[in-house]
Design a protein around this ligand. Structure first.
Ligand code: GLU
Length: 369
């Protein structure tokens, strides 16, 4: 294995590798990936596979229909998913398990913990988890949208040591290699900043998958902040996998943060998404990460969006500075009521009885980033 200390890796495989010409699934490119998975497992490294391809694999079953129609896409995903899983399953002589997730599952802490437990149980019993987004049940609001970001969320949930994202090019180049002959491959990235995103270019590359280089960088950013070594490699060549198995870097290696976020803070920062916002006064400077109870209704200027008790909210200043993401102990309706109270004494008493506005669990401090 490329790093003998890796106990667990997540590998993300895109639609173009599974269904290169959208005529069902092909094992052509999957053989070397399957071989890699088999060898990792033989070396004692647990593997979680995040596989796209349901929509691409199901496309040929709906030849006469408008493929951009959302309902048809969902039907393609439902039909293609079985073929995709069957194709993978044929390549292994150990059992695999299908896990279909949505962002709504991952951002709910209880469901998230349940997903983690299931992944650990499967791995402990030698079963290969194969994860995809549950495209059939998701609306835009509920989905992650691309499996690059999903794979990073899964890698964090699974406490993976490495995330390997298969691409159709060798890694991240300093400029678009399809347009510039002198584009250079970055072998190592220590810090993901705006210049790295600028190299990645726009959101979608076209073709059968949803993501592009940008979503891969987003995924890398999520993973490295959780201490996960992340690689973008060319999934179309067997050489990439042989190199990884020989301890070499075949693509771009994104180095993990030396001081990774705690799992629950990482979940709040990168997986949970805010259902609403609480705007506080400009001079508000409470240390929300160390004492959540310091946020009181008297500091609140505005409450935006609709949220329920337990939902994630973003607390920010009037000038737009993001302070924290945290769990609200109040609904938006109640918070509006209490924040708009003329009678401060009543508001104080109310808060004393009802408890702190934001929970002190899993607070992600955005200011320090
Ligand atoms: N979930 C989608 C599928 O299975 C793929 C999303 C993506 O390409 O990232 O077709």
């Amino acid at each position: 294995m490329s790093n003998p200390n890796w106990k667990r890796v997540v590998i993300k495989v895109g639609s173009a590798l599974i269904s290169p010409n959208q005529q069902g699934c092909s094992s052509h490119y999957l053989l070397s990936i399957a071989q890699f998975i088999v060898r990792c497992r033989a070396n004692g490294t647990q593997v979680v596979l995040v596989s796209s391809g349901s929509v691409a694999a199901g496309a040929h079953l709906f030849p006469e229909l408008e493929k951009s129609d959302i309902a048809i896409k969902k039907a393609m995903a439902a039909a293609g998913q079985t073929e995709m899983i069957a194709t993978w399953d044929r390549l292994f002589d150990f059992p695999s398990a299908q896990i279909l997730l949505t962002h709504a599952d991952l951002r709910d802490r209880e469901r998230y913990v349940s997903i983690r437990e299931t992944i650990f149980s499967l791995l402990d019993n030698g079963v290969l988890p194969i994860v995809n987004e549950n495209d059939t049940v998701t609306t835009d609001k509920l989905k992650v949208g691309d499996n690059d970001n999903l794979s990073a969320m899964v890698a964090s949930a699974a406490e993976a040591d490495a995330l390997i994202i298969c691409s159709d090019i060798d890694g991240l180049y300093d400029k678009n290699p399809h347009e510039h002959d002198d584009a250079t491959l970055l072998k190592t990235v220590d810090n993901i900043d705006a210049s790295i995103y600028a190299m990645a270019g726009g959101a979608v590359k076209g073709g059968v998958g949803t993501g592009g280089m940008r979503t891969k960088i987003e995924a890398a950013e999520k993973a490295v902040s959780h201490g996960i070594d992340t690689y973008i490699i060319n999934g179309f060549t067997e050489l990439s996998f042989n190199m990884l198995l020989n301890g070499e870097n075949p693509g771009t290696h994104f180095k993990p943060h030396a001081k990774p976020m705690q799992e629950n803070v990482h979940w709040m920062r990168h997986t949970s998404n805010a259902q609403g916002e609480v705007i506080v006064e400009g001079d508000f400077d409470a240390q929300l990460d160390s004492d959540a109870e310091q946020l009181t209704s008297s500091e609140i200027v505005d409450v935006k969006g609709e949220f329920s008790v337990g939902d994630t909210i973003l607390v920010r200043k009037e000038d737009g500075t993001k302070l924290v993401k945290a769990k609200s102990n109040y609904s938006s309706c109640l918070l509006n009521f209490i924040a708009n109270q003329e009678n401060e004494e009543f508001a104080n008493e109310f808060e004393e009885k009802t408890g702190p506005i934001i929970s002190d669990q899993h607070i992600a401090n955005l200011e320090k980033e």
